[in-house]
Design a protein around this ligand. Structure first.
Ligand code: SF4
Length: 61
């Protein structure tokens, strides 16, 4: 199973990924984007987030 991973050293907290794949990403209590631990991710939505992240800092692992 693939899991989305964010390179937090690059993330600018623009929240595009949250808009495109709210099932998988959220802002956590510390104000950073977090990948929610799921059994299964909506691949199409994650792909859109990967594609549209302005910093190119989301990858599948
Ligand atoms: S789209 Fe990319 S830069 Fe924007 S919040 Fe998500 S991971 Fe960070």
């Amino acid at each position: 199973m693939k899991t989305p991973v964010i390179d937090m050293s690059e993330c600018i907290l623009c929240e595009v990924c949250i808009d495109l794949a709210p099932h998988a990403f959220k802002i956590n209590d510390f104000g950073f984007v977090e990948v929610l631990p799921l059994e299964d991710y909506d691949e199409e939505a994650i792909h859109e987030a990967v594609k549209n992240c302005p910093k190119d800092c989301i990858s599948w692992e």
